[in-house]
Design a protein around this ligand. Sequence first.
Ligand SMILES: [Zn+2]
Length: 204
Amino acid sequence: MMPGTAVKHDRLVKLARARFNGWEPVVSGPDDAYRTYAVQEHYYRTFPPGMAAWPGTSSHGGSYEGEECGAVDYGNWGQVGKQPWYQLLRDAGFEPGFFDGQYGRPVEPWHAIDRTPWHVPAAPKPRPPIDIEDEDTMTRTFIQESRQGSKYELLRDGTKRLIPTPEWNAIRSLEAEAKTRGQEFQVVVATVTAADLKKIPTYK
Ligand SMILES: [Zn+2]
C-alpha cells in the first residue's frame, strides 16, 4: 500500500470498528491494494472480460487516467450494506462507487479509490502539558456525579481528568495543610448530573 493509502486504510479500520461493533473491512487479497504491472497482466489474462484493466492502466497501479490513484479492494463490504459502506469509505478519505456500473464501467462496490495515495497527513501536534494547579488563586475545581462517584478535575481547557483516590486524598491533605499555614488553597467540589458529566470531554 502506498503511504497515503495506508493512513486512510488505518482510519477506515478504526472507524469501522467503532461504527459497526468491531467489524473490520478486509482487503480481499495480497494484490488487491497496490498491484504491480506483472499482476495486472496476469489478471487481464485470467479475469472475465471487463473485470480487469488493460495492463498499466489499473487504478491499483499508482495512477489512473493520468492522475495519482491508489485503489484498494475490500471483499467483505457486503456485510454492512452498500450505503453504510460508501459512507464509511468517504469518512476515511476514500472515494467510493467509482466503479458502480456508470459510464460503461464495471460494478465493483468493494473498490475504494484513493486520490492522494502519496500524501501522508502531518501528525497532529502534541498538546502542551497543562499545569494542573492554578498559580494565581490555587483554586482547583472538581466534579462528581454523587458523593460516592468518581471525582474529576475540571481543567482549564474545558476537559475533565479522572482523579484516582490516592491523588484525591493527597489533594485533601494539601488543602488541610495550607489551611493550617493560613495559605489560600481552595478545593471546590460540585455535584453534577450523569448527563452533564458525560458532556464534558475527557482530557487525553
Ligand atoms: Zn479494484
